[in-house]
Design a protein around this ligand. Structure first.
Ligand code: CTP
Length: 398
């Protein structure tokens, strides 16, 4: 699926550099031609010989290598590729990229390229969470750099948290999505997913039940068709898919702001199980039992209806607005009314009564309601529902 694609792979100097060798192997197994570039620090972790042996190509290392300049200058090298990949992208490389520094071959190539750049960051958890790295990340996102988010887990340095390099197959999936000439290439789609958490106090919250599985599958399927997906997600159980722009939020209000900031878009799909109410009298400090047996009284206020706001927009309304309707009774009637009430084009209705086992399960049975009527789909895996819906979205935007 990557047949003949030319990839420039910049390997940064971190302990995760060893995974770049497996990445080269997997990319080549899919037909890509991989040209490795090693930073000086990367050579402390992997040898140029192993990178070159796996890539079956020359490895580039030094900006001032005159033989290479005679063969192929750094400008040409940066543009000969279909995609530039940085894996692992260290905090240092990200800092250079975000600030336009070009003091070695890798950073110069990144400045000189006219191709898309995809980075897979990997670093110690503190370095990843450091405000400087997060600032650089935001700048790079705005610059259009594709990010394969690091994963959470035990790290080589003995700490635990986000910062581990994404697995090579995740990076390969993102590379494929970035290069795919799918029907949604060049289309921007917003997907909301997961629950929202509405605080009661700093340690307690109310929320809807939602694993985020359907929204995640949908974002993955849309990205697989080549869409630029902005994935606005509440605190879900399943990790976000690779190859999408992830915007994590907690509350309905934050989700609304993130969606508005992501506009304009060609389509927006609202798969999130947004809490309908927030606690109006949420406490600033943890509520304490005072021993009197008296329980606190919570007052509720409605959260903004994100789907309805976007569905009823006069300016910047996406061409296709898709909502979900989780119902336990009169699914068709309720969902049809919801479609009209929220001003959306399509509603994907599903029966979430406990007997169906859909909530938290791998399967879904949906009815798609559009302006022309309702279409009942057979029960199928959430991934399949996602692919079918993504295909219909692609047809509608064609
Ligand atoms: N939704 C939203 N913002 C909200 C509530 C819901 O964007 N504050 C979206 C959901 O993402 C979904 C659709 O609206 O796409 C319907 O959600 P659902 O929970 O089924 O409907 P409700 O708005 O809660 O309506 P009701 O209480 O009548 O079921």
């Amino acid at each position: 699926m990557l047949d003949g694609k030319r990839l420039l792979l910049i390997i940064g100097g971190g302990i995760a550099a060893f995974k770049a060798l497996e990445l080269i192997r997997q990319l080549r197994a899919r037909g890509a031609v991989v040209t490795p570039v090693l930073t000086r620090a990367a050579e402390e972790f992997v040898t140029p010989l192993s990178a070159s042996a796996l890539a079956a190509r020359k490895v580039y290392r030094d900006l001032f290598d005159l033989t290479d300049e005679a063969e192929m200058g750094h400008i040409e090298l940066s543009r000969a590729a279909d995609l530039v990949i940085v894996a692992p992208a260290t905090a240092d490389l990200m800092g250079k990229m975000a600030n336009g520094l070009a003091d070695d071959l890798a950073s110069t190539l990144l400045m000189a390229t006219d191709k898309r750049v995809l980075i897979a960051p990997a670093m110690n958890v503190r370095m990843w969470l450091h405000p400087a790295t997060q600032r650089n990340l935001a700048v790079l996102r705005d610059d259009g750099v594709l990010i394969v988010a690091p994963q959470e887990g035990a790290m080589a340095c003995g700490e635990y948290g986000p910062g581990r390099l994404a697995e090579p197959d995740d990076i390969v999936a993102s590379v494929s999505a970035a290069l795919s000439a799918g029907p949604l290439k060049g289309r921007r789609v917003i997907v909301t997913s997961g629950p929202t958490h509405e605080p009661i106090d700093p340690v307690r919250y109310i929320a809807n039940r939602s694993s985020g599985a359907q929204g995640t599958a949908l974002a993955r399927a849309l990205a697989g068709l080549g869409a630029d997906v902005v994935f606005v997600t509440g605190p879900a159980d399943c990790p976000p898919p690779a190859g999408v722009q992830v915007i994590p939020v907690q509350t309905a209000q934050q989700m609304l702001e993130a969606v508005e900031a992501a506009l304009p878009a060609d389509a927006a799909v609202f798969a999130a199980a947004v809490a309908d109410w927030r606690v109006a009298n949420a406490a600033e400090r943890k509520m304490k039992k005072d021993g009197s047996g008296q329980a606190p009284v919570l007052e509720f206020a409605e959260t903004p209806d994100i789907l309805a706001r976007v569905g009823r927009m006069t300016e910047d309304r996406p061409g296709l607005v898709v909502g979900f309707a989780a119902e336990t009774d009169d699914v068709l009637a309720n969902a049809t009314a919801k479609r009209a009430r929220k001003g959306c084009d399509w509603i994907v209705a599903n029966d979430v009564s406990p007997a169906t086992g859909i909530m938290g399960g791998d399967e879904n049975a949906v009815t798609l309601i559009t302006a022309t009527g309702a279409e009942e789909w057979p029960r199928m895996a959430k991934d399949q529902v996602a692919r079918r819906l993504a295909q219909l979205i692609a047809e509608a935007l064609a």
